[in-house]
Design a protein around this ligand. Structure first.
Ligand SMILES: Cc1cc2nc3c(=O)[nH]c(=O)nc-3n(C[C@H](O)[C@H](O)[C@H](O)COP(=O)(O)OP(=O)(O)OC[C@H]3O[C@@H](n4cnc5c(N)ncnc54)[C@H](O)[C@@H]3O)c2cc1C
Length: 615
């Protein structure tokens, strides 16, 4: 078997063998070698090593609850599987009531210190705090990544929130109203759900709070700060010139327009539920957390969930839940745990030789807001000489704009969302975005980098926030440590490709505005070999471009969807004392990045648990 190398920060041996197919592919494309030989790669590696050393000194340890000593056959009131975005919120809210004895089982580690520093987010993927998942072979929509889509997922307390891109976007009120209809439960309607967004937030921006007091919270655990950079002003004006207004906040009464992002950062620290929520209860004696502990399966007695089987350092523990088990292992792993427990599609479980407890569509409906990238180069004009910049690890290292756009002015909700980064000329920033954040092939990133020498760049990730295509998560084997099989399903519904072409054409109109003309803006990277036979600018060309430059923005949802797998109270259908509370229950994605909705959903989930008679 071919083996490639990945830096493992947790281990004294910094090189570990990793074997997923895409990572093998990356090796064959010499990404890692290129990283090691380039200035950008060296910078990443140097900071990974530096922060590994800090982490190994335990400098970050005080931010989180201490490790519990697992004992076989112990009983708890609630067992939470996965201490990620949702699991941390539920654990905190339940632990606040000291009568509850809570156990959180988290497969990953305590986050390293670079997970708390926004400017270092690029150092986290492909390290030991990432599952390093890849899709199944996909020559149709994953060409730009070497035929396997990279599907980053956080493997640490705080889950994917501990390594995500920090953008706080709630989506559109209509999202919640649709979910309410799906489960026929008005408590999910936006007007009733808004309180959970508010409860989770501590917005540190006077202008937003004073303009929209009815929409925002100022006392919640998740601190939020708005980026304010004067560098983006001419760009915002350009988007306004083509009909997309500049707004103060996309999370209040307006959900369309361009704005500067509200980041999950406060007091210079990344806000993750692991730190911001669990940190509040970290010293409570009723909260028990075991990291590096993989839940293999849920144990049922008849149709009642009574415990879990978990593996810590090679030893298997049986742990009992007197009241409930809450599955919060995320869109990829919650279905894995359920299927290993005998709950899933009958044919698939039978094929895997797993006894079937319930035939349910677990793992179907995998949804991701598939994206593509558009790169404008502009005159070396706006941004200062990068040599004058002193990188600040507590800040996102470049100005960003978020745009939410509907193609029709009559629509209530946006159709696509963009994250536009302003990258200074002659820095490795473009390579960091292209190769080390969105994992394009090295030859693509090298070519883009060459084409922007001496020029500033507007690097835009454009996501289809209402995709119709669906993929799936299934088991590769019955080994709980084996990666599940993930098929993204990107563009399997052809409407998505047609719509994406419309979105791209709508977005690039900005190239015609007065400012873009003044700075001689020009799209780069349109000379891709795969599309050389297409007429540039035609719909066919853009379809080809999109398929060959498709990426995941890592906004997965839907594999245990409300309505088909869980009810409006997030109870697993057909079973008792078991809920799913994480992004997997979201039946249709929110019209924005999902984390804000996941955290609010977990707040609501905790309230629903508290309303049970046995609580
Ligand atoms: C690179 C990246 C960038 C992103 N950027 C943004 C952004 O800017 N804004 C935004 O809103 N959203 C963003 N997202 C998405 C957002 O972070 C996720 O939607 C959200 O974190 C999902 O929360 P969750 O609780 O469902 O799962 P997670 O937060 O992933 O938590 C699942 C947890 O369960 C643990 N686990 C898994 N299996 C087991 C098991 N068998 N036993 C025990 N524990 C287990 C995992 O280790 C993990 O800690 C991004 C995601 C990624 C990966």
């Amino acid at each position: 078997m071919d083996v490639c190398y990945n830096l493992n920060l947790n281990s004294p041996q910094t090189i570990t063998a990793v074997t997923t197919s895409r990572i093998q592919e990356l090796k064959s494309q010499k990404v890692f070698e290129a990283m090691l030989s380039s200035a950008a790669g060296l910078a990443i590696r140097a900071s990974q090593i530096a922060f590994a050393l800090l982490a190994s000194l335990g400098i970050d340890g005080t931010n989180y609850p201490t490790q519990t000593d697992l004992k076989n056959d112990t009983s708890y009131d609630y067992i939470i599987v996965g201490g990620g975005s949702a699991g941390s919120v539920v654990a905190t809210r339940l632990a606040e009531d000291k009568k509850n004895k809570i156990l959180v089982l988290e497969a990953g580690h305590t986050p390293p210190i670079n997970a708390l520093l926004a400017g270092l987010f690029v150092t986290l993927p492909m390290s030991y705090v990432d599952y390093n998942y890849t899709s199944t072979f996909d020559p149709y929509a994953a060409g730009g990544q070497g035929n396997y889509t990279i599907l980053t997922a956080g493997k640490m307390l705080g889950g994917s929130d501990s390594l995500n891109h920090l953008l706080h976007t709630r989506g559109c009120p209509d999202d919640l109203d649709r979910w309410a209809k799906i489960v026929d439960d008005d408590s999910w309607k936006y007007e009733n759900f808004l309180k959970y967004f508010i409860k989770s937030e501590r917005v540190d921006d006077e202008e937003i709070v004073s303009t929209f007091p009815q929409y925002h919270g100022t006392n919640g655990p998740m601190g939020l700060t708005r980026e304010t950079s004067d560098k983006v002003a001419p760009y915002l004006a350009s988007f306004a010139e083509v009909g997309h207004p500049t707004v103060l906040d996309l999370n209040a009464n307006k959900t369309q327009g361009y704005t500067q992002p509200l980041y999950m950062i406060a007091d210079k620290i990344r806000q993750t539920p692991a730190k911001s929520y669990l940190g509040l209860v970290k010293d409570y004696s009723n909260l028990h957390i075991s990291t590096e502990t993989r839940v293999a399966k849920v144990l049922f007695k008849d149709n009642v969930a009574v415990g879990v089987e978990a593996i810590y350092k090679g030893k298997t523990y049986t742990l009992h839940a007197k009241k409930e088990i809450i599955l919060s292992a995320g869109v990829i792993n919650t279905p894995q745990v359920l299927m290993l427990s005998g709950v899933g599609p009958k044919d698939h479980l039978t094929q895997m030789k797993i006894d079937v407890l319930a035939d349910l569509p677990v793992g179907k409906n995998f949804t991701d807001q598939v994206a593509t990238t558009l790169v404008f180069k502009t005159k070396k004009y706006l941004l200062p000489n990068p040599l004058d910049l002193i990188p600040d690890p507590t800040k996102v290292p470049f100005p960003v704009m978020v745009g939410s756009v509907a193609l029709s002015k009559c629509k209530k909700c946006p159709d696509y969302q963009v994250y536009s980064l302003l990258l200074p000329h002659d820095t490795p920033q473009l390579t960091l975005a292209c190769r080390d954040t969105f994992w394009y092939r090295t030859d693509i990133c090298d070519s883009w980098q060459k084409q922007v020498v001496g020029r500033d760049t507007l690097y835009t990730v454009l996501a289809n926030i209402s995709p119709r295509s669906r993929g799936s998560v299934s088991l590769r084997s019955t080994d709980p440590f084996d990666d599940p099989e993930i098929t993204t399903g990107y563009f399997t519904d052809e409407t998505d490709l047609k719509n994406m072409v419309k979105f791209v054409k709508n977005f690039i109109q900005v190239g015609k505005t007065s400012y873009f003309q003044k700075v001689k803006a020009e799209l780069v990277g349109l000379d891709l070999d795969e599309c050389s036979h297409k007429n540039p600018g035609s719909d066919e060309f853009w379809e080809c471009y999109i398929l060959n430059r498709a990426i995941s923005p890592y906004h997965y949802t839907g594999t245990c969807a409300m309505g088909s797998l869980v009810d409006g109270s997030l109870n697993l259908l057909g079973f008792k004392r078991i809920r799913v509370i994480d992004a997997s229950v979201i039946p249709e994605p929110p019209k924005g990045a999902p984390n804000a909705a996941v955290i609010a959903l977990a707040e609501k989930g905790a309230d629903m648990i508290k309303s049970e008679s046995y609580y």
